[in-house]
Design a protein around this ligand. Structure first.
Ligand code: AMP
Length: 313
């Protein structure tokens, strides 16, 4: 198994054929969707997936459907060869890397594009897919869960995520799929989508992995200057403080939030949101009585960082 070369599949029909053949042979297919520029957080998902499956598929695809035109799609980091080497050397190999070129290219343009261009001109919120001239117009929405937290400042984000995950599930046809709790809201949205739409896929949430200085591992961390990176550790430090305070009895959310927001501001960061929500419903809490999660997004320079901390008192 060690240093195994993965089969690289770029065509969606080939991917579906491989998976159907594997499942016909009684194999359990595990799947980890990623946008590449892999780090140990992604590799920990691979290890988790192997506990639940016989064969592992990792997809590497930066999804334009979850970025709006003013976001960082064009600067999203990539290193495909490096990713393959990491999967080979650090994750003991995977069976398939699915690396499609464009999952919204249907080979024919059908006129929907112009309507979407008008939307853009009118300032309506759209994703990079509407602007791409490929006529995609079907979206999956998880209506309540997609609204708060990251959904407030990135209105097309979860629509894009739920849609691409649906497309990937329909192409890869896995038995099991693993998502990181690093993107807590995303994990909960996918769980709900799978339940509501009866996908026959088991969803597993894998623990958030941090660097030794506490910063949550992320492909976007590469864009932080050394100084910003140091300051950005204020996010995890303040979250750990909030957790300790809650466990000592300080369960009023506004006080815990103030503590975190103040620490991050003092370090030079700009908080996008800081909310304490119920772990399952993601409803905003005023007091921590049930299992909660403190979710935060903050900017350091041009980099938007996500973090969260589960708190049970
Ligand atoms: P991305 O490539 O950022 O779309 O992430 C792909 C998957 O890896 C998602 O399920 C993420 O939640 C997960 N992931 C990213 N960073 C981490 C991390 N630090 N710890 C655990 N999972 C992570």
């Amino acid at each position: 198994m060690e240093n195994k070369e993965p089969l690289i599949i770029t065509d969606k029909d080939d991917m579906r054929r491989w998976s159907r053949s594997a499942r016909a042979q009684g194999k359990i297919v595990g799947f980890i969707p990623t946008m590449g520029y892999l780090h140990e957080g992604h590799l920990s998902l691979v290890q988790e997936c192997k506990q639940h499956s016989n064969l592992t598929v990792v997809s590497i695809y930066v999804n334009p459907g979850q970025f709006s035109p003013n976001e960082d799609l064009s600067t999203y980091p990539s290193d495909f060869i490096g990713d393959i080497n990491k999967l080979k050397n650090k994750a003991d190999g995977v069976d398939v890397v699915f690396h499609p070129k464009d999952l919204y290219d249907y080979g024919k343009h059908d006129g929907v594009v112009n309507a979407r261009r008008n939307d853009l001109e009118e300032g309506k919120v759209v994703s990079c897919v509407e602007n791409s001239g490929q006529g995609h117009e079907t979206w999956v929405r998880v209506e309540r869960l997609e609204k708060g937290l990251c959904g407030s400042s990135r209105p097309v984000f979860f629509r894009g995520v739920a849609t691409i995950v649906t497309k990937l599930f329909n192409i890869v046809e896995p038995d099991v799929a693993v998502f990181g709790k690093k993107d807590y809201q995303q994990w909960r949205i996918i769980e709900r989508m799978v339940r509501d739409l009866d996908f026959g896929i088991k969803i597993i949430g894998a623990e958030l992995l941090r660097d030794p200085d506490g910063l949550a591992k992320s492909s976007r961390n590469v864009h932080l200057s050394p100084e910003q990176r140091k300051k950005a550790t204020s996010i995890s430090e303040s979250l750990f403080h909030a957790k300790t305070a809650a466990q000592k009895g300080q369960v009023v959310c506004i006080e815990l939030k103030d503590l975190v927001i103040k620490t991050i501001h003092e370090a030079g960061g700009k908080v996008d949101y800081a909310e304490i929500v119920d772990q399952e419903s993601l409803e905003v809490l005023e007091e921590i009585k049930s299992p909660a999660v403190f979710c935060i997004a903050a900017w350091f320079g041009n980099v938007r960082l996500l973090d969260n901390m589960e708190i049970v008192v």
